[in-house]
Design a protein around this ligand. Structure first.
Ligand code: RNT
Ligand code: ZN
Length: 418
């Protein structure tokens, strides 16, 4: 049977339970997913030569990682060519591209240092999201940036945040798409601190100063990302969940960003999405796969990933939730890692769009909970794969595992020569 024939049969089965798969596919084509550039080079960036520091870590040494902007762009192109759906580009400030002799420190960055990325995104019809880089840099003092007790250190990082606001505004103006600008720092302490409020007050005031830089609220969407702990900062992080949620709640135009690797292992972000959507006009997500800790494994089509997507769709939140991927595995082919992760998230969204949410809600509201359990379980064996393949074909990308052969070829022809 052809994909088309299989799809027609699946479509009828879904129609019988009240799901319009054509509409689901059409809707998914419009939803932008922010693809993080940092899977391609193990979060190294181009602006410094030191190790990755600041509470995050990559493991593995698979050959062929990108070491220049040209390589990273080519690798991103390869991965995105194998993935269906609409993409946005997610950059960190550390990926600035300097002309020879033009390099400046992070507090002096200008829009022109991202002109090549803007050109890249525009050629591919993508918007851009942006992140100031508060890690892997000599101006981190004792592991601290915006919450440092040292005035000069804090000043440097505040200025970094401010220049990033200007760059975000430039990216939004150039692409015509709002730029989500995410503030995350690994500021914290390895062992029991004596003062938890001091660092948080300094962090609060520093972010306020960054946000005092003028910007257009429709173009730049600043976010604050929380984290429960990081490597080397196990006892205390300044940007905890309560801190960032309270900050975003009390600073108009600032969004909370939840990374599903940044909570205690039994907590789930799927449940937090509807909670936040009761209060915030917009929220942002980093979608990742924590394995026992914030390990940033490649996103798979697993239960919690499906549940996160379902909550966004059920809450009618597709245009209120900014979705970005955030994983980095250096132990496998990086382009394969990107491709599996992007395809998995697209699958999760399509699966959510193919769920008869109104009917299921009605069962809940009528307290028909036996029937609800049955209906949710029966959904799991619907012919979703046939709808997925149709979506891939309509997007002009491989519908089955044949994409992997392209990656093998690229590895032989390009990556292995690096
Ligand atoms: C780290 C945070 C942060 C980074 C990226 C590189 O734990 O998740 O979002 O992964 O900004
Ligand atoms: Zn994150």
């Amino acid at each position: 049977m052809t994909t088309k024939e299989r799809y027609e049969s699946a479509k009828q089965m879904y129609a019988a339970i009240g799901v319009d798969t054509d509409a689901a596919i059409a809707k998914l084509k419009e939803i932008p997913i922010s693809v993080h550039c940092w899977q391609g080079d193990d979060v190294k960036g181009f602006d410094q030569d030191g190790p990755l520091t600041g509470g995050i870590q990559t493991t593995g040494n698979y050959p062929g990682k990108a070491t220049t902007p040209e390589q990273l762009m080519a690798d991103l192109d390869k991965a995105m060519s194998l993935c269906p759906g609409k993409k946005k580009l997610n950059l960190h400030a550390s990926y600035a591209i300097f002309e020879p002799g033009e390099a400046v420190d992070r507090d002096k960055l200008e829009p022109k240092h991202f002109a090549k990325w803007v050109e890249y995104a525009k050629e591919r019809n993508m918007g851009i999201d942006f992140n100031p880089t508060f890690f892997s840099h000599p101006m981190m003092k004792d592991g601290l940036t915006l919450s440092s007790p040292d005035e000069e250190t804090r000043r440097f990082w505040i200025n970094h945040g401010k220049v990033c606001i200007r760059i975000s505004q430039y990216m939004a103006e150039e692409t015509g798409v709002p730029c989500v600008m995410n503030i995350w720092t690994g500021d914290g302490y390895k062992d029991v601190p004596a003062d938890r409020m001091g660092p948080r007050m300094r962090y609060k005031e520093a972010i306020e100063e960054i946000l005092s830089e003028p910007f257009d609220r429709d173009k730049v969407k600043p976010c604050v990302e929380s984290k429960v702990f990081g490597i080397g900062v196990e006892s205390f992080t300044a940007g905890s969940a309560e801190f960032t949620l309270s900050f975003a709640a009390t600073h108009e135009g600032c969004l909370p960003l939840m990374d599903n690797g940044h909570y205690h292992p039994t907590e789930v972000v799927s449940d937090k999405i509807p909670a936040l959507l009761c209060f915030y006009p917009e929220i942002a997500l980093h979608i990742t796969r924590p394995v026992r800790w914030d390990s940033d494994h490649v996103v798979l089509f697993d239960d919690e990933t499906k549940e996160i997507a379902k909550e966004i769709v059920r809450c009618d939140g597709l245009d209120r939730v900014y979705m970005a991927l955030d994983f980095f595995d250096a132990s496998i082919n990086r382009i394969s890692a990107w491709t599996v992760g992007i395809r998995s998230w697209e699958k999760a969204l399509l699966n959510a769009l193919c769920t008869p949410n109104a009917d299921l809600r009605k069962l809940q509201d009528e307290n028909k909970l036996s029937e609800l359990m049955m209906a949710q379980e029966e959904m799991k064996t619907m012919p979703f794969g046939d709808v997925w393949m149709q979506f891939c074909e309509e997007c002009g990308v491989p519908a089955d595992k044949s994409w992997f052969a392209e990656i093998t070829k690229y590895e032989d022809e390009v990556l292995s020569k690096r």
